[in-house]
Write a protein that binds this ligand. Structure first.
Ligand SMILES: NC(=O)c1ccc[n+]([C@@H]2O[C@H](COP(=O)([O-])OP(=O)(O)OC[C@H]3O[C@@H](n4cnc5c(N)ncnc54)[C@H](OP(=O)(O)O)[C@@H]3O)[C@@H](O)[C@H]2O)c1
Length: 294
């Protein structure tokens, strides 16, 4: 039986991935930092008719990661797949994001994944078998303004994953980057709103205006879980998997823009100018109330 460890399975993409891999016949170790938040996952497993081992693992705590992985190795002798999904989305414009927030986001989204990878890699290397899936983001490749801590954490994860993929291919271990665009999950409700009266209020208002339209072309947690499962099972693996029409469109359109065009979008004088520039560069009309595609 295939042994899969997933981090951050209390909600969202992690929960959906746990159910999906269990349906695919894996023995799933669904981990979360607070076992008291396990009810939605347990209910989903029951509804799907699958069995899941729910275990405690906080990706920012060395002992927690070490103990969780040691327990699985003791029971199963191996971890075949690690899905580094745990993540947080905090921080606003760089000036208004404390160093503490930068550190917290990096600690979870980047160092948390590294910690888990280092815990499973010796076993995978010895057995010359394993797949490490890092749930990154489109924003790791196309940074957006107003979210520098999150974008930086995902860009770091992208770079380290690419290095790692080449390092461990000699040991027949695969590394996968899954890059969703917008996925409607509880991550957004957990986000604190930026301070009122900010000098970056225009930026925050315009960023918020993007959401309803991007949700229309975004994907679900189940879509992302499906991509993760296919990336694990495929016989023709890739390093990167984009998820969602929004991610595909924005990545392709950004590649055709100059950096100067991208920077200039931050100088739009009015919201209307911003909507026009966004539609021109990305082909998506994000003007509130007008949902006509341009
Ligand atoms: N939603 C999107 O649009 C989107 C797009 C691209 C990439 N992603 C990435 O997808 C991943 C999953 O996010 P999601 O959208 O499914 O959000 P979510 O529903 O908030 O799930 C995040 C999960 O990570 C867990 N977590 C946070 N800090 C942790 C820690 N220190 N140790 C262990 N678990 C921790 C959360 O647990 P708690 O319940 O305890 O907070 C939760 O289970 C993240 O890496 C995110 O960056 C999301």
């Amino acid at each position: 039986m295939t042994i899969s460890l997933i981090t951050g399975t209390s909600t969202g993409i992690g929960l959906a991935t746990a159910i999906r891999l269990a349906k695919d016949g894996h023995r799933v170790y669904a981990s979360m930092r607070d076992l008291e938040r396990s009810a939605p996952l347990r209910a989903a497993a029951e509804a799907a008719g699958v069995e899941i081992e729910v275990v405690a693992l906080d990706v920012v705590v060395d002992d927690s990661v070490r103990d969780a992985v040691a327990n699985i190795l003791e029971r199963e002798g191996r971890v075949d797949n690690l899905v580094n999904n745990a993540g947080i989305d905090e921080g606003d414009a760089l000036e208004e994001t404390s160093l503490g927030t930068f550190r917290a986001v990096m600690e979870t989204n980047f160092h948390g994944a590294i910690r888990c990878i280092q815990a499973v890699l010796p076993g995978m290397r010895t057995r010359r078998k394993g797949c490490i899936v890092n749930v990154s983001s489109l924003m790791g490749r196309v940074p957006s303004s107003g979210a520098s801590a999150y974008c930086a954490s995902k860009a770091a994860l992208e770079a380290a994953s690419e290095s790692l993929a080449a390092e461990v291919s000699a040991f027949d271990i695969r590394v996968v980057l899954v890059e969703p665009g917008l996925v409607l999950t509880p991550i957004f409700a957990k986000r604190r709103l930026p301070a009122a009266g900010s000098p970056y209020a225009d930026l925050y208002r315009r960023s918020l205006a993007l959401f309803p339209k991007l949700i229309e072309s975004g994907s679900t947690a189940e879509d992302t879980a499906d991509v993760i499962a296919r990336a694990i099972h495929t016989s023709e693996p890739h390093l990167r998997y984009l998820v969602g029409r929004d991610a595909e469109t924005i990545l392709a359109k950004r590649a055709r823009m100059t950096d100067e065009d991208f920077v200039a979008m931050g100088r739009c004088e009015s919201d209307e100018d911003f909507y026009v520039a966004f539609a021109r560069h990305f082909g998506i009309d994000v003007r509130p109330g007008d949902r006509t595609a341009s």
